[in-house]
Design a protein around this ligand. Structure first.
Ligand SMILES: Nc1ncnc2c1ncn2[C@@H]1O[C@H](COP(=O)(O)OP(=O)(O)OP(=O)(O)O)[C@@H](O)[C@H]1O
Length: 893
């Protein structure tokens, strides 16, 4: 790299930043202008909202491009030169000549894909490293020599910490890549846009259509690739995807926090990220399920069992005839009538709740006819007794049904009376109840009799696993229900209640029958719902039809608030002139309800808020990360969210922890044959995270797993070996604390050495976290303080989480712990499963024997735990070291 090179690149990059500043100024001015527009008409207000959202998104994109705006240059055979960066910038003064090409455009592809063997017309590829706005280095790949790799061409590399163990791996942009890989971790993943490798680029740019499955061992960049693919697809198909949204599913909340910066740093804010159990609105999964029950609930057989449960709830009277004792009369409901009504409703093809009105109508019709016939018989008898000659004329109509004695209005009134009659309603609710998903599932689990009837394919022992009594209160996860009751009871002011009459039981006259005007039941099992229950609730909702009561409650709440506000406005306008009858007041012209309507604005929620509040939302593309963890039932739920099957599924079947998860992608996809584009498969083979020394230990664990998997190849070594230390059980806590202190010391020394020299993406991640240098030199008690770079994890069997957290807290009071860890502190204690998808500079695995024993997939959990470290790994064990960890080097206490 010559000084001239640096100077000329600095001049170019500075000009790009000047242009970026100008674009930002322009966007801010536009946004300010839009926000200051005061609009009175709803339509104009709506347009203002859209325009301001658009301006804000542009501004966010421009801001996101600040770090590493330009990171590459391509020189082509014909002399053309292209600069590649985070966004496209064009020259307004020179016919919109591109000054910088967005990394997602086809024109930028050679930057990632050109190799010595296939150079795509590229003569030179230049990697430009920057810190803030200063160019700190350039590295060239020269492809000049015919079509074969030259001496400087990609194909050989040396890791910054040591030699590469695998010289055959073709890598590009090695200095920048290794600086990134060696940099201290910050608790948040960074984007890799400047150093995407060719095999990753191919996956990122793969066709949007159809299912793409990416299998890869730990650290092979699956998450990074999946997120960059989301950004690529949003860029390429923005019109289509921005409206429907892209959903990114991750395994646990800490993982979502870990990845939360990646897409915004790429300028994308319209992605919805969630765990699978957040896809069912209105219910929060809080209860932990035991492994055997979770595995059982994850099986596809549960879908059949739920369908059978719905049919089971569509009942017939026990005997030939059911007596219904109303206040006025005795009604006789024939079993055959119910059979006909049930067949009619079932054959309609409607879902259970939607078919209910058909059943109800048929039964009510039969009962109404019976009552009308009764009237006729009574009338004739009375007439005959009084020897009225005209009575004879009544015989014929009476024989063909007494309804002709009643006109249409009388009949409609009769049907309404019957529908409203408590005794009739009780019978109808018994025969074909209106159900909520919660009711269907909770009542199924609570009733061993129903379980036996609908799940003959399960053993008695399995049915016992599913059995769970009903909770007695309804306070958990049913917050909306209480609000709805408050509103319908009139507690929340005027305007409540009117919309809540369900219209699904309207009779032929279009009148609401009113028999279901109460709020539907939402029971739950004792202890609440578990994550394994969520796909079952979603399945139940699919079978019985949607229950929109929660949405109605929210809409009603908003309307009540708007009306109350409007009333307040009218009161103020009228206050001082109330007594003068000559003056026309605002209330004379408009009431609060209509005034409120005029101020109904467009839905101000983000796409993420709207999508996650709507169970039936359909996404344009779905990314499933750690996809091996999903059960068959969870896949059914996820697939429903993406009927086009435009999906990216990334995972590693060797890392499956969930007892209901998969060890075969074929098995996952078998129930979903491709309608159009067939599923595609890719494999990632290079491990960017785990150094070779640690991977050698993990490979021995991998060898014990089935089905056998090819281990990924590590791209770097770190020059020191992972260690183990045997500890007496009673000394485990204090020893963990001592080890944490010791490892923190090492971490501090390393981050001081490495982080400040990291250019490019490394400095990007460091500056996002407040500066690596600041953390290394200024951290409290070494790297123990929060913020800054350098992260350590203590990974434990779940049973030891509390004990080990308490021990670590004695030396690092601000330690982060458990499933909801924020990953902001330098040290975090996690159960092995909660570490899935994460990475740390240093990892301490505690009690591997217990990890192995704790779950049928214990060896998978151990494999995950061992592969989380980017530099240091230590294992503390209380008994003999498990043979699969024999490669660890013993350390003296
Ligand atoms: N091309 C790249 N340039 C720079 N860093 C990369 C690149 N590819 C992957 N990485 C880094 O490697 C690490 C591992 O990547 P990632 O977490 O995506 O792997 P993974 O396959 O999802 O791992 P796991 O299955 O263990 O969760 C991350 O720090 C990521 O940023």
């Amino acid at each position: 790299m010559s000084i001239e090179d640096l100077d000329s690149e600095q001049a170019y990059v500075s000009a790009l930043y000047d242009r970026l500043d100008a674009l930002r100024r322009r966007a801010s001015t536009r946004l300010r202008g839009v926000l200051l527009r005061s609009e009175s008409l709803p339509r104009a207000r709506f347009e203002r909202e859209v325009a301001s959202a658009d301006c804000a998104a542009t501004l966010a994109r421009l801001r996101a491009a600040e770090i590493g705006l330009c990171f590459g240059r391509l020189d082509f055979d014909g002399g053309e030169r292209r600069y590649v960066g985070r966004m496209g910038i064009f020259d307004d003064d020179a016919d919109y000549e591109p000054l910088l090409i967005d990394w997602r455009t086809p024109a930028a592809r050679p930057f990632y894909a050109a190799t010595g063997a296939e150079r795509l017309g590229v003569r030179r590829r230049r990697h430009i490293a920057t810190r803030q706005r200063a160019v700190t280095g350039v590295e060239d790949d020269i492809f000049e020599m015919a079509d074969s790799p030259g001496p400087d061409a990609p194909g050989s590399h040396v890791g910054a910490d040591g030699d590469s163990p695998d010289r055959a791996t073709p890598l590009t942009g090695e200095p920048g890549l290794f600086a990134t890989l060696n940099a201290a971790r910050t608790g948040r993943m960074s984007d890799i846009v400047a150093t995407i490798q060719a095999e990753q680029d191919r996956i990122i740019r793969s066709d949007q259509r159809g299912v793409l499955v990416v299998q890869g061992g730990p650290g092979t960049g699956k998450t990074a690739v999946a997120l960059h693919r989301a950004a690529y697809l949003l860029y390429t198909h923005r019109e289509k995807l921005a409206r429907s949204g892209v959903l990114v599913l991750g395994p646990h909340p800490a993982f979502l926090r870990y990845i939360e910066n990646v897409l915004p740093s790429l300028g994308e804010t319209s992605v919805v990220s969630a765990t699978v159990d957040a896809l069912y609105p209105g219910v929060t999964a809080r209860r932990l399920e035991d492994a055997a029950t979770a595995e059982l609930k994850g099986r596809a057989a549960l879908a059949e069992i739920l369908a059978a449960t719905v049919r089971h709830r569509q009942r017939l009277p026990q005997g030939h005839t059911l007596e219904i004792h109303t206040e006025e009369r005795l009604l006789l409901l024939e079993r055959s009538t119910c059979e006909r009504a049930r067949a009619l409703a079932r054959e309609s093809g409607e879902l259970h709740n939607d078919a209910r009105p058909l059943f109800v109508r048929a039964v009510i019709e039969a009962l109404a006819r019976q009552v009308a016939d009764g009237y006729a018989a009574e009338t004739i008898t009375a007439a005959v007794l009084e020897a009225d000659p005209e009575a004879l004329d009544l015989l014929a109509p009476a024989g063909s049904g007494g309804s002709s004695l009643l006109d249409d209005e009388d009949l409609a009134q009769l049907r309404r009376e019957l529908r409203g009659d408590p005794a009739v309603r009780t019978v109808l609710d018994e025969l074909w109840p209106a159900l909520t998903p919660e009711q269907l599932v909770a009542e199924l689990f609570a009733d061993p009799g129903t379980l036996a009837a609908v799940a003959p394919q399960l053993s008695a022992q399995q049915r016992q696993l599913l059995h769970r009594p009903l909770a007695e209160d309804d306070t958990d996860g049913n917050d909306w229900l209480r609000e709805l009751r408050a509103v319908t009871d009139g507690d929340a002011g005027s305007g409540g209640g009117a919309d809540l009459e369900p219209d699904n039981d309207r009779d032929a006259d279009g009148q609401a029958g009113g028999e279901d005007s109460g709020v539907p039941a939402r029971p739950r099992p004792v202890g609440g719902w578990s994550a394994a229950d969520i796909p079952l609730l979603d399945e139940a909702a699919e079978l019985i039809g949607d229950d929109d009561q929660a949405a109605k409650a929210a809409a009603l709440r908003e309307r009540v608030a708007r009306v109350a506000y409007a009333q307040g406005v009218l009161d103020i306008l009228s206050r001082d002139i109330e007594d003068d009858p000559e003056i026309m007041m605002a209330v004379d012209l408009i009431d609060a309800g209509r005034l409120a309507e005029r101020h109904e604005d467009a839905d101000p929620r983000t796409i993420a808020q709207r999508a996650l509040a709507d169970r039936t939302w359909v996404f344009g593309h779905v990314v499933v990360d750690e996809a091996q963890e999903l059960s068959e039932m969870a896949w059914r739920m996820v697939m429903r969210r993406c009927p086009t099957r435009s999906m990216t599924i990334v995972g590693d079947v060797a890392q499956t922890s969930d007892p209901a998860g998969t060890t075969s992608w074929d098995r996952v996809l078998a129930p979903y044959p491709a309608a159009g584009t067939p599923a595609r498969w890719e494999t990632l083979t290079v491990n960017y995270r785990t150094p070779a020394e640690i991977m050698a230990v993990a490979v021995d664990v991998l060898a014990t797993l089935s089905p056998p998997q090819e281990p990924p190849r590590s791209v770097r070594t770190v020059g020191h070996h992972p260690w183990r230390l045997r500890v007496a059980d009673e000394d485990l806590g204090p020893q963990v604390a001592r080890s944490v202190v010791r490892e923190l010391e090492r971490l501090t020394i390393r981050t001081r050495d490495v982080a400040p020299t990291a250019p490019d993406a490394a400095s990007a991640s460091a500056s996002k976290a407040g500066g690596a240098g600041a953390s290394a030199s200024g951290g409290t008690g070494g790297a123990g303080g929060a913020g800054g770079a350098g992260r350590m994890a203590v990974l434990v069997p779940t049973s030891r989480l509390a004990e080990v957290t308490a021990a670590v807290r004695t030396v690092v009071p601000e330690v982060d712990a458990g499933p909801r860890a924020r990953l902001t502190a330098a040290v975090v204690v996690l159960g092995v499963r909660e570490a899935k998808g994460l990475e740390f500079d240093t990892v301490l695995v505690v009690d591997p024997d217990a990890v192995l024993a704790e779950s049928p997939r214990g060896a998978h959990d151990l494999y995950v735990a061992l592969t989380r470290a980017t530099h240091h790994l230590g294992v503390l064990h209380t008994g003999d070291i498990p043979p699969m960890l024999a490669r660890l080097v013993p350390r003296a206490g």
